[in-house]
Design a protein around this ligand. Structure first.
Ligand code: GLU
Length: 254
């Protein structure tokens, strides 16, 4: 089974922008174990800008492009250093791929990217992908890693995309505001009614929200890939999700 796991900034970093060490250690251990059991794993990791903010000691997520890009340059380096170190403990090798929207739009570059991904998998490495935030400006940006992860899942014909987020899944209403909101366990079509359940943006340091997750689900369902939104606070749920058990919200075409 081929699974793409997307890790959001809120899962990786504390609100300060500094690394959530316990969480990241858990995730790397679980992913290593799942890989040892014979599954193929590709990671899409956010957190470059968030961690750069922490490392540079900035007061919050910057609004101007050069500071954002500088934060990404610092944070991406830190991210890969941490992944390399933690996965090495379990004898796994990581490879970094940074892309922008222009790499997806150009057929040649998209093919190059897919070929590199496939070869990394054949070689037994764990590809770790992020948007190349140091050069991505408005014109060429994919913009959020939920969409990026779905594009990746489609490119490599993955069976499953798991979005590790700061929310348990899709609810019938915003659970932060409405205590009666209920978790929806399965969605078969990303319809207009489903979009109505999603509201704006998620965390302070990341980019995505429920809308970007639904956009991702649409891409996945169209390409025959299942998608699960689950809370990154409990990365051990990855085991059950890969086994097809009901955790979070599963998007599955009927
Ligand atoms: N590429 C951004 C980063 O690494 C994150 C985008 C997102 O949060 O969706 O900081």
């Amino acid at each position: 089974m081929r699974t793409v796991v997307k890790i959001g900034t809120s899962t990786l970093a504390h609100a300060t922008g500094h690394l959530n060490i316990r969480r990241v250690e858990e995730i790397c251990k679980i992913i290593s174990d799942i890989k040892n059991a014979g599954h193929e794993i590709i990671m899409v990791s956010s957190g470059a800008i968030g961690m750069g903010v922490g490392k540079l000691g900035l007061p919050g997520r910057p609004n101007d492009i050069p500071t954002k890009q500088a934060s990404a340059a610092v944070g991406q380096c830190e991210l890969m250093y941490v992944y390399d170190k933690l996965f090495s403990e379990y004898n796994h090798t990581v490879g970094q791929l940074l892309i922008t929207g222009a790499d997806i739009e150009s057929e040649t570059r998209h093919n190059n990217f897919s070929n590199t991904l496939s070869r990394l998998l054949e070689l037994g490495a764990i590809p770790i992908i992020n948007e190349n935030d140091t050069v991505a400006t408005d014109e060429i940006v994919i913009g959020d890693n939920d969409t990026l992860a779905a594009i990746v899942a489609k490119s490599v014909k993955a069976d499953l995309l798991v979005l590790l987020s700061d929310i348990d899944g899709l609810y019938t209403a915003d659970p932060h505001k409405n205590p009666d909101a209920k978790l929806i366990q399965e969605v078969n079509e990303v319809s207009a009614e489903i979009y109505e359940l999603a509201s704006g943006k998620g965390s302070e340091l990341g980019t995505g929200g429920m809308v970007t997750k639904l956009n991702a689900a649409k891409i996945c369902l169209e390409s025959g890939c299942q998608m699960v939104i689950t809370n990154g606070d409990h990365p051990e749920n990855l085991y059950s999700i890969i086994d097809g058990e009901s955790v979070g919200t599963r998007f599955i075409a009927k």
